[in-house]
Design a protein around this ligand. Sequence first.
Ligand code: ZN
Length: 80
Amino acid sequence: MTKIYLGDGVYADEQSGNLVLTTENGISVTNEIVLEPEVVSALQRFLTKLSEQEPPHQAGCICADCSGTNARRGNTRFNH
Ligand SMILES: [Zn+2]
């Protein structure tokens, strides 16, 4: 048994080389997602990409996107 609790009712397990994510309400499994190794790799790349992103703009940010009359919000990449 390799199942671990991630939080928020979500569990992760390993079965036959696949990552199995389940949501459980304390009585039974309510959802199950089986991720094959290739999919886990894609998820890992996604998480790495997320962790490398710049933090979102804060109120009072003075970067080029946020300051001045041409400020465009929400539709630009963050370039602080
Ligand atoms: Zn900004």
